[in-house]
Each structure stands twice: as C-alpha cells, then as structure tokens.
Design a protein around this ligand. Structure first.
Ligand SMILES: NC(=O)c1ccc[n+]([C@@H]2O[C@H](COP(=O)([O-])OP(=O)(O)OC[C@H]3O[C@@H](n4cnc5c(N)ncnc54)[C@H](OP(=O)(O)O)[C@@H]3O)[C@@H](O)[C@H]2O)c1
Length: 274
C-alpha cells in the first residue's frame, strides 16, 4: 500500500531553484491510476519551464512530463491494468491536453498539477494513456518514450486540423500504412534528437526511402541502425547542408520533419520544398 506522504521536487518560483519537499500521496479517481514513479525523463519542456519561465503560472510547481513505473492503485472503471503492472505513461496533464485538444491551445504542460508531475514518488496517471511494458524494455528506457514518441507520431499520423494541433494525416503503420510510402523521400532535421530518432523509426515503418537526416557525424552509425539512409553533417553551413541533401533526392521531396526548428533548419526546409 502507498504511504500517506511522499517526497517531491518542487520548482519554487518562476525561473527559481528546484528543492525537495513533501506532499500527500493522492488517491486515483475514476479512470486514473496511482503509479509509483521508478524513472522520470528530463523532457526539454521541463527545463524550458525552469530556464525561461514559460507555460506555468502557479508556483511552487511540480514538473515532469514523462515517467515509467509500477501501478500502485487502480481507480474505478479501469480495466486491463492492475497493481504491480510495469507501465509507461505521459503525465496526466499532457494526456488531458491530448484528450481535450479541440479546446487546448497546444499539447503543453500549461496545466501541470501537483498530482500529475513525474518529479515525485507517486503520480496520478490517466489509465487510457498508459501502456504496459514488455519485459524487453527497462523502466529507464520506458521513461524516455511518452512525449517523444507522441510528438513524432502525432505530427506524422494525426488528422490535419487547421484550428488546433494536428498532424499531416499519413496512414499510420498500425492502421494499415506499414510500407505505404515506399519510394517517397523524407528529410528529418535533427535525427539524433530524441524526437528525431523516433521520426526516423516511424519513417522506416511507413516505408519512406531515402530517409535523409542531419546530425553530428558521431551519431551517424546510430541513426543508420534506426533506419536513416543518409546522414548529413549538421555542422556544415546551411547552403552546404542544402546541397548535400539535394544530392540524395531523386524524386520530389514533399515531407520534412524539423525536430530542431531554428531559423537555419527552417530556411533550408522551405528552400528544399519550394
Ligand atoms: N522530447 C519531447 O518530448 C518533445 C516534445 C515536443 C517538442 N519537443 C521539442 O523538440 C525539440 C527537440 O527535442 P528533443 O527532446 O528531441 O531534443 P534532444 O533530445 O535534447 O536533442 C538534442 C540533439 O539534437 C541535435 N541537434 C542540435 N542542434 C541541431 C541542429 N541545428 N541540427 C540538427 N541536429 C541538431 C544534437 O545531436 P547531434 O549533435 O548528435 O546531432 C543534440 O544532441 C526541442 O525544441 C523540444 O522542445 C520535444
């Protein structure tokens, strides 16, 4: 049984310092799980909140978007998950944003709550967004998955939506789209980023070829093992990056995933699509 009180890491004030405190362990409501946090990812949004003071207005704040752990208590109406199940989950505030995305401005941690963040010993999680882990995936590995995989998958496969976050509506591999895009090139800026690595793997499942990416040369072997066919040195000047990419493309380039999104990568992307 979970204890009544737990340790938690609080961001005390906007752009302030993190410090350890204590807080009550919450109880799961209908559709929720209480998960014992075994590993937490350090998502870029977590450090951006602390460094830049964005998204969060109420302090002290309890951050942490990505976690893995074991189910401690199961809320009413939850089926298929029981105590001690190893699982990975996006924190519940992210999950709520996915559920409410018609009314949510973006999939953001803007509604982090003290019950949901990963930076505590026990967090409340929405069961519908929780996945059981196979024994081949460690809890540390699993904590890197939730938001990164969703960011890669939603952009590629979610339905286009002009008024809210949406994707480009490719047919997902799990919906019959496996191999569907064979012969079509894709370019991934930032293949070595966490998001970029998942985009490469989805691109491979979807059949794209060639799969061209930009990264440091030290990441080339890893990215080729994930499915990249060509790795362009990201540290070259933008004009040289554009030239190198163009030399690998034999049919029109219609799809670019920019996992870095700085002015240099965006400009090269626009030039290549023009
Ligand atoms: N992680 C998420 O769940 C998530 C969700 C939504 C949005 N985002 C946003 O997506 C972006 C990437 O996040 P991430 O978590 O995937 O980042 P990350 O894992 O921290 O990626 C950092 C890596 O990106 C590569 N990189 C940096 N600058 C680059 C450039 N100019 N061109 C190509 N590669 C470059 C570098 O690898 P090499 O030196 O090996 O090339 C670097 O080590 C961030 O802006 C983040 O806020 C992330």
């Amino acid at each position: 049984m979970a204890p009544f009180e737990q340790k938690a890491l609080f961001l005390q004030s906007k752009q302030g310092a993190f410090s350890l405190g204590t807080k009550p362990v919450p109880s799961p409501k209908a559709g929720e799980l209480l998960v014992k946090v075994e590993a937490a990812g350090l998502n870029p949004l977590d450090w951006k909140v602390q460094k830049w003071g964005v998204f969060v207005e109420n302090y002290p704040a309890l951050l942490g978007l990505d976690l893995s752990g074991t189910v401690e208590e199961v809320g009413e109406g939850v089926t298929g998950l029981r105590r001690a199940t190893r699982c990975r989950c996006p924190c519940a505030s992210t999950a709520r944003c996915y559920l409410l995305k018609e009314t949510c401005n973006s999939v953001s941690p803007g509604n982090y709550t003290h019950e949901n963040g990963a930076f505590q010993q026990y967090a409340l999680i929405i069961a519908a967004f929780t996945a059981k882990l196979p024994s081949s995936v460690s809890l540390d590995e699993a904590a890197t998955l939730p938001a990164c995989v969703a960011t890669a998958a939603l952009a590629l496969y979610d339905t286009p939506n002009p008024t809210a976050p949406g994707g480009i509506g490719l047919t997902a591999p799990w919906d019959g789209g496996r191999g569907k895009y064979a012969g079509k090139p894709i370019l991934v800026f930032g293949g070595a980023s966490s998001v970029g690595q998942y985009v490469i793997q989805f691109a491979k499942l979807s059949g794209f070829s060639p799969i061209i990416t930009t990264a440091s040369p030290s990441s080339e072997a890893l990215l080729k093992s994930l499915g990249a066919t060509h790795v362009v040195n990201r540290k070259l000047p933008p004009a040289d990056i554009k030239f190198a990419i163009s030399s690998f493309i034999t049919s029109p380039l219609e799809l670019i995933y920019d996992a870095i999104s700085i002015s240099d990568t965006q400009q090269v992307a626009y030039d290549l699509l023009a």
